[in-house]
Design a protein around this ligand. Structure first.
Ligand code: PLP
Length: 455
């Protein structure tokens, strides 16, 4: 009868567990983004490219913990590094400095052109927050600029115009800040300038007007992980920020280790002043890091800091130091997982192979949608892409709104039922564990789903 009930409702256990979750967590979830209708699927196990839910259903996973799991689930070298680290260190954490912090920092400096020094955090959000505080301290200015449609984590100063209602967002040339949440103060709205991505003329006009107050511009060099900056745009932005004395922060939390080993800064050949990293860096454990120019990073050194210059007078011997702390920063087990993750990417050209396999999947998916007569393009870079249901050029948030989101939702729901895990409307991330067989099956399921939907 267990079998019969699963046949009639293949998600029965997920639904029942979700009903219990709703009693103890608002909406039954612990991050709003994890919710979708009719109810989220509760997972029980992961292996390679696959996720298995509490009802025993199997999925090819393209969410991969929002991109973090670049080697898929339970990668052997990563798991072994974690077990070995725990066994050898004889504790869960030291709470003191240790060698893996140094090793990881040396690795990041080797790979990322814009990184001379590193500090660790426990999430991507903490990294973007620290980058912005560092920029404000260094420049002694207190506004930041961000681009419409860009996500930098769930804090007040970044939760503006991430996914806004266009009706309330002003014009493309002069976007206005729209809060993404209740509980965001007018201070944050006033201190965050919104810019239009891939639109240099309007960006330049806004920046020139605000330059005296702007500490930094923060951006995702590939918006949402899939809409790349035009090369001309990002090179222009670097020149302009240098001229205007505004720091340039690359948020490479998604793109780090995914567009290339050295992130977008390596690909574009543009050195940001500060970089935020996360996701892949922790091999599936919570992590973040800020890296950047030595003279900027050194303002947080407790034995360094910066001479205080006030009202034109040099207050001899006085230092100003940027505060940065965190009980779990540089967690040894997390860094062991991260180092093993990076090492496995560097071996036998894995990064290139991963990007090639992603390209193959994109190409095959485009063929399926064309065969089925659905307007679609894949957009992305390296090992991340998205399925965008429009033939029009997509360069920014506003272009994206013109795609057929409602059809995409229906497709995603059908894919879920047939064994492909994508959080509805989310981008696709690939892993080194995804095989050609997975690709063939993914393409076949898409074709079946499209046929069914278009009846
Ligand atoms: N920045 C970007 C570009 C991200 O994609 C994310 C998370 O998705 C963050 C920052 C925040 O990272 P975390 O969720 O680890 O706080």
């Amino acid at each position: 009868s267990e079998e019969a009930s699963l046949l009639s409702d293949p998600n029965r256990k997920s639904r029942e567990l979700y009903e219990r979750a709703c009693e103890v967590m608002p909406g039954g979830v612990t991050a709003n983004i994890k919710y979708f209708e009719p109810h989220p699927i509760m997972m029980e196990k992961g292996k390679g490219s696959k996720l298995f839910d509490v009802d025993g259903n199997e999925y090819i996973d393209y969410l991969l913990c929002y991109g973090a799991l670049i080697h898929g689930h339970g990668n052997e070298p990563v798991m072994k590094a974690v077990y070995d680290q725990l066994a050898n260190q004889g504790t869960t954490i030291f709470g003191t400095p240790h060698d893996l912090e140094v090793k990881m920092a040396e690795k990041l400096i080797e790979l990322y052109p814009g990184i001379d020094m590193v500090r660790y955090t426990n999430s991507g959000l903490e990294a973007t927050l620290l980058a912005v505080r560092t920029a404000m301290a260094y420049t002694e200015k207190d506004k930041i600029a961000k681009f419409e449609g860009h996500y930098h984590g769930g804090s007040n100063q970044f939760l503006l115009s991430v996914n806004p209602d266009i009706e309330k967002s002003g014009t493309e040339d002069e976007p206005v800040a729209v809060p993404e949440s209740t509980g965001i103060s007018s201070h944050e709205v006033e201190h965050t300038i919104i810019l239009p991505f891939n639109n240099m003329d309007a960006t330049e006009r806004i920046l020139r007007k605000q330059a005296d107050e702007l500490a930094a511009i923060i951006l995702e060099p590939v918006q949402g992980g899939f809409i790349p900056a035009d090369e001309e745009f990002i090179i222009g932005l670097r020149k302009l920020t240098n001229e205007l004395g505004i720091l340039l922060i690359f948020d490479e939390v998604k793109t780090g280790f995914r567009t290339s080993l050295g992130g977008c800064q390596e690909i574009f050949g543009v050195k940001p002043d500060l970089t935020a990293l996360g996701k892949v860096l922790g091999g599936g454990f919570p992590v973040g890091a800020v890296g950047g120019r030595k003279d900027i990073m050194m303002i947080s050194a407790p034995n360094g800091g910066r001479d205080i210059l006030s009202a034109g007078e040099h207050s001899a011997g006085k230092k100003e130091i940027l505060f940065h702390s965190g009980t779990y920063n540089g967690h040894p087990t997390v860094l062991a997982a991260g180092l093993a993750t990076i090492q496995a990417l560097e071996e036998s050209n894995q990064m290139q192979k991963l990007c090639d396999r992603t390209k193959l999947l994109r190409q095959k998916l485009e063929e399926v949608y064309q065969r089925q007569g659905v307007d679609m393009q894949t957009i992305g870079m390296g090992s991340i892409f998205n399925i965008v249901l429009t033939k029009e050029t997509v360069k920014n948030y506003r272009d994206l709104q013109k795609a057929n989101m409602s059809l995409r939702k229906v497709i995603d729901h059908e894919l879920l039922l047939q064994g492909i895990y994508t959080k509805p409307l989310n981008r696709y991330s690939m892993s080194t564990a995804h095989t050609e067989e997975d690709i063939a099956k993914t393409v076949e399921i898409h074709e079946k789903a499209l046929k069914k939907i278009r009846g």
